[in-house]
Design a protein around this ligand. Structure first.
Ligand code: 8YV
Length: 311
């Protein structure tokens, strides 16, 4: 039986399935993680993790017999893929299967913040409807949608927007081949043009605080920000200020810089919709992600190849 070390936050049915096929150890169950790794690190050929936990260079080097990593999630920003690949260790992840749910969530947040559904729900519950009408919202259909990022999920969001007759443009470092939507090389120009700026780019050092005060000011007092990527892509302190000062109209956020910490200043605002990082969190999609984590390992040990390998 192959030996697996689990460091991630994984659905219990996936853990049970892994435990039925492999000799599975969960690092968090060890009283002293460092001592356990020093004594037993060389025992493991597979590492299982999740996007939020990842695997840094120190963990990878503590596992000298490691042959494969399988991660639950599409984000690779917390995995030192370069350190793994330098040792010839492929990294499996779960792209594609979550595109639809993340794109659905982006649209849910967009419509919610524009029309004020979550705020309106609180308004009704408080009994405020008895005192007067709810303020008007911003029309979504026909509006201008700026996408920051045009990967698999960006495309799924853009495709949905056609049903809302929206005008779509995107910013990415390079134009993406085979997409019908215009590329905008300047992020500031995209923000100036857009009514809704939706962030769906990879996290990590390369995109840290890409959405800064200047971008938010370009989006302007009639513009809305939606983030379903990583909290690190948005300068959260600058966003809080822009929202407080009404320099942008509102924001819909599924991700934050220091999850699960959401700044009190953000929680106090009514022009934001706040979700606890649930974009992929449906029974169907989480099952498909769990299956891919398992299938990546199964395929690697059977054929030497992953179903979905990180580039
Ligand atoms: C999950 C995600 O919440 O796939 C990702 O990168 O951020 C989400 O789908 C995450 O994988 C759970 O760790």
């Amino acid at each position: 039986m192959m030996t697996l070390l689990n460091v991630g936050r994984l659905p219990p049915p996936l853990l049970a399935r892994l435990a039925a096929h492999y000799r599975l150890t969960t690092l968090n169950e060890q009283p002293d993680r460092a001592a356990f790794l020093a004594a037993h690190g060389a025992d493991f050929v597979g590492l299982v993790t999740s996007a939020a936990v990842g695997a840094d260079a120190a963990l990878i080097s503590a596992l000298p017999a490691l042959r494969v990593i399988s991660s639950f999630g599409v984000g690779l920003d917390r995995i030192d893929v370069a350190a793994a690949q330098a040792r010839g260790i492929p990294v499996g992840y779960t792209p594609d299967v979550l595109n639809d749910c993340v794109a659905d969530t982006a649209f849910g947040l967009l419509i919610d913040v524009a029309r004020g559904f979550s705020t309106a729900d609180r308004f009704v519950r408080r009994g405020d409807w008895l005192k007067g009408a709810f303020p008007l919202g911003r029309k979504v259909s026909g509006a201008r949608l700026g996408l920051v990022g045009m990967g698999r999920i960006g495309r799924a969001i853009a495709q949905r927007s056609t049903g809302f007759a929206m005008d779509v443009r995107y910013h990415a470092r390079r134009p993406v081949a085979d997409v019908p939507w215009p590329h905008e090389p300047q992020l500031l120009e995209l923000a100036r043009w857009a009514h809704f700026l939706v962030v769906i780019t990879a996290g990590g050092a390369g995109t840290r605080h890409l959405i800064n005060a200047a971008v938010l000011d370009a989006l302007g007092p009639e513009g809305y920000l939606v983030n379903v990527a990583r909290g690190s892509v948005v300068d959260e302190a600058a966003l809080v200020l822009a929202l407080q000062q009404r320099r942008i109209a509102g924001a819909g956020l599924d991700v934050f810089e220091d999850e699960p910490q959401v700044p009190a200043a953000l929680r106090a605002l009514d022009n934001v919709v706040l979700l606890p990082h649930i974009a992929s969190a449906t029974h169907q999609t989480r099952q498909a992600m769990a299956d891919r984590v398992f299938d990546n390992l199964h395929s690697f040990f059977a054929t030497g190849h992953l179903v979905s390998a990180a580039p």
